[in-house]
Structures are given as structure tokens and as C-alpha cells.
Design a protein around this ligand. Structure first.
Ligand code: FMN
Length: 406
């Protein structure tokens, strides 16, 4: 299902947004294997890392899929030489479109031009201009006039295409009108919302953003403005289902970019968003990796490396110790009945969700060999249900409750 964006052919309409998914060669390889049609690299800027920045901290929201991420500029932004090296190596290694992303902290064309030129000389046909850090000065007098000056200079001086990335600090109508006026044809949207949870859970106000489905209505608002001005949009921000992808495409997005959904749910979840032809080799292995840092999910040592996916993937089960609890004969009999009922409840739920019996488990077809009468299950399967029942009964007893037959 190839598609053209900015006149360039992409394998499909789903693009990996600039994020931890695209900050290393290894992650980019996973993006390709998982089925993304293109990747936007982690942003790079021309600065010297001082070592005074702080790391990345991620707090997952309760009851929804979103998360808050707090990190400093130095943690999030690659240096120019890191970005260039990543771009060159990714282009050599991957056969999907690699779009560099560049940033600067001012509206000064002298700051932006050399970085853009460096990627242009490295062969990039399309560059994302990361305006995230300009969101803070968007309310200042004369901002849009100065931004227009910068965009006209970049457009005039560069032969590659530039695609500004908008963030919720910009007035959507104003910025889209400006892009059109400056002859810019592509736009990337929408960057995250600066927001700290209450209580803050140790996250810092100035450096924390919210990522998740709550952002989606904002994305739609910006997309509609972009379309009003005839811009070609690489649209995303809060995409969390196939329905969201469909809506963005129906509303005129050229391609859809995604980060937090896959960061929250793993590389395999890309299949939930679009039917894509995946290269089979290597998929099983990458589906077991954390999309944040590449560590094996549930692997030893946790995710100290990225400080992010610890809670999500390095989960170590901690059931209550019931090893000293002894159950009476009567209660042991009850555990057999409970075990069978656990299976009945599970099977009824699965059937309601559209699952059926199949000789091998197939999540896409919703088939499982376990949708069979309890008596026909293998001993190993029955043992799961017996354990659930036994452990529940032991915990009830350990906590001081008593079960009595009338
Ligand atoms: C930890 C993290 C780091 C990010 N870094 C960048 C970045 O360097 N440059 C950029 O343009 N966007 C960056 N983003 C923003 C994403 O590209 C995307 O716009 C945002 O996450 C909203 O889309 P989503 O809801 O699909 O995640 C980052 C996102 C996350 C979660």
C-alpha cells in the first residue's frame, strides 16, 4: 500500500514520529521491521552537551494509555554530529524513507541554515523543522513576522523540502496561513502538550509533556486548518486506534505519524493501526523488545538504561506468599469446582469478544485451542486454572476470612 508524500514514495501511510522510537539505529531497524512506512529521526540541534541536563522520567497514567514524560533538552535533542551520523547510517541500513528532524532555540536563520544544509548535503530530500522549543515564545509580539522571515530564508536557500512541525503553542489558523504565504507545502503535526500531572510525582513543570489520546482533538483542529490552507500534512498526536488513523486520512492527512501508542504497547501494536505487510524475519524478536530502550521485555536488569520503561516492561510479578497456608479437604474440593468455573467464565468472555476454537493460537483470527470444554484441556492448561483457584482460596484464608458451607 505505497503512498506518495512530498512527491516521495513511502511504503505505507504510517510514519514513526520523532521520538525514542527513532533515536538509535537499533530502534530504527525495529521500526522498519515492525512495518512503519517511514521514520522521522529524533531531532538534532547544533549545540554542545554540557552534561548539566537531566535524564528521562516517564509516568504512565492510571486508567488510560497515555503517559507524562519529563526530560531536559540535552536528553531529548541529539547533537548535530550524532544526528548526522544516525541519518547516514540509517539510510545505509534501511530501505524506508528516513526524514531528519532539526531544531534550534531561536528564530535566527543563521542558526537554522547550517544544520539544514548539513542534512541536505547528506542527501535528505525532506527535513522536519522541530519548532517545539519555539512554542514558548509564540505569544511574543512580532513572533509570526520573524518566523515568516526565517521560513522564507530557508525556503529560498535550501533545495530540499522543509516541513515545519507545529505544537499547541501556535495559533492554528495563523501558523497555517503563514506557511502557505511562505510557500511551504508540507506540515508535521502535532507536538505534545506541555502539562504536569497533579500530584506531579516528581515531574518538573517546565520540562514535562503529556502524550496520549487526549491530544487527538487538538491534532484534528490543526489538521483542519492545515487542509484549509492546502498543506500536505503528516498528521499525528494522540493516535490510538485504527479508527483514529482512518479519521485523519479521511480528513485529508497525507500520512499519519505515531509515537506514544507504540511506545506504550510495543512494536507489535503497530498492527492494530493498519494492516501492513510485515517482514516476518526478526519480528518475533523485536516484539519482545522495549520500544524505549531495546531491552528484552521482562529481561533481567530492568531498564535502568532509559529510565522509562521500567514500570511498563520490567514487571516482576509479586503474588502474596501463601506457601504456609493449608486448606481443608472440603476447601480443596471447592478449588476443583472453582478451577472449572474460572475456565467457563474465561471462555464465555472470549466467545463474546469473537474468539473461536482453532487448533493453534492465532490472535489475528481470534482462534485458540483453549476454547474447549474444561475436561478436554491439557493437564498443563488445567493446572493454570487450578492454581488460580487454589491461590485465591489460600489468600482468602491468609487474610483471615472464612468460607463456610450452609
Ligand atoms: C519521549 C519523547 C521524545 C520526543 N522527542 C521528539 C523530538 O526530538 N522531536 C520531535 O519533533 N518530536 C518529539 N516527540 C514528539 C513526537 O514526535 C510526537 O509529536 C508526540 O509524541 C505526539 O504524537 P503521539 O501521540 O503519537 O506520541 C517526542 C515524543 C516523546 C514521547
Amino acid at each position: 500500500m505505497s503512498v506518495k508524500f512530498a512527491g516521495i514514495e513511502l511504503k505505507n501511510q504510517i510514519v514513526a514520529a520523532s521520538s525514542p522510537l527513532t533515536e538509535s539505529l537499533d530502534r530504527i531497524r525495529c521500526c522498519g521491521l515492525a512495518g512503519f512506512g517511514a521514520v522521522i529521526l529524533k531531532s538534532a540541534a547544533d549545540y554542545v552537551r554540557t552534561g548539566r541536563g537531566h535524564g528521562r522520567k516517564v509516568v504512565f497514567c492510571e486508567g488510560e494509555d497515555g503517559f507524562y514524560a519529563d526530560s531536559s533538552f540535552e536528553r531529548e535533542i541529539l547533537t548535530l554530529s550524532e544526528g548526522l551520523q544516525l541519518y547516514r547510517e540509517a539510510c545505509r541500513q534501511e530501505d524506508i524513507l528516513i526524514i531528519p528532524s532539526v531544531g534550534a532555540n531561536s528564530l535566527d536563520a543563521e542558526e537554522w541554515l547550517p544544520i539544514c544544509r548539513a542534512f541536505e548535503e547528506a542527501g535528505a530530500p525532506l527535513l522536519q523543522l522541530d519548532f517545539f522549543y519555539l512554542g514558548q515564545i509564540a505569544q511574543e509580539d512580532g513572533f509570526y513576522g520573524k518566523l515568516g522571515g526565517l521560513l522564507r530564508t530557508l525556503k529560498g536557500e535550501l533545495s530540499c523540502l522543509v516541513m515545519p512541525k507545529l505544537n499547541p503553542g501556535f495559533a492554528p489558523g495563523k501558523i497555517c496561513a503563514l506557511l502557505k504565504e511562505c510557500g511551504i507545502r508540507q506540515v508535521s503535526l502535532l507536538d505534545s502538550m506541555r502539562e504536569t500531572p497533579v500530584p506531579s510525582q516528581g515531574l518538573q513543570e517546565g520540562t514535562t509533556s503529556y502524550f496520549g489520546r487526549r491530544q487527538f482533538p487538538e491534532t484534528l483542529r490543526y489538521l483542519r486548518e492545515a487542509k484549509r490552507y492546502g498543506l500536505e500534512a503528516c498528521a499525528g498526536g494522540g493516535v490510538a486506534s485504527r479508527e483514529d488513523v482512518r479519521q485523519l486520512l479521511e480528513e485529508g492527512a497525507g500520512v499519519v505519524q505515531v509515537a506514544s501508542y507504540v511506545l506504550s504497547k510495543g512494536f507489535a501494536s503497530l498492527g492494530d493501526l493498519l494492516d501492513i505487510e510485515k517482514e516476518s524475519s526478526g519480528c518475533a524478536e523485536i516484539f519482545r523488545q522495549s520500544p524505549w530502550c531495546g531491552r528484552k521485555i521482562g529481561g533481567e536488569g530492568g531498564c535502568e538504561a532509559c529510565g522509562a520503561c521500567r514500570g511498563l516492561y520490567c514487571y516482576v510479578p509479586a503474588p502474596v506468599d501463601t506457601s504456609h497456608v493449608e486448606l481443608s479437604e472440603e476447601i480443596l474440593e471447592l478449588s476443583g469446582l472453582l478451577a472449572k468455573n474460572v475456565h467457563e467464565v474465561w471462555a464465555a468472555g472470549r466467545i463474546r469478544e469473537g474468539w473461536a476454537y482453532g487448533p493453534v493460537r492465532d490472535d489475528r483470527k481470534k482462534e485458540t485451542p483453549c476454547l474447549a470444554p474444561y475436561e478436554l484441556l491439557s493437564e498443563a492448561e488445567k493446572q493454570y486454572d487450578r492454581n488460580t483457584a487454589l491461590e485465591t482460596l489460600k489468600l482468602i484464608q491468609k487474610l483471615g476470612y472464612r468460607i463456610e458451607k450452609e
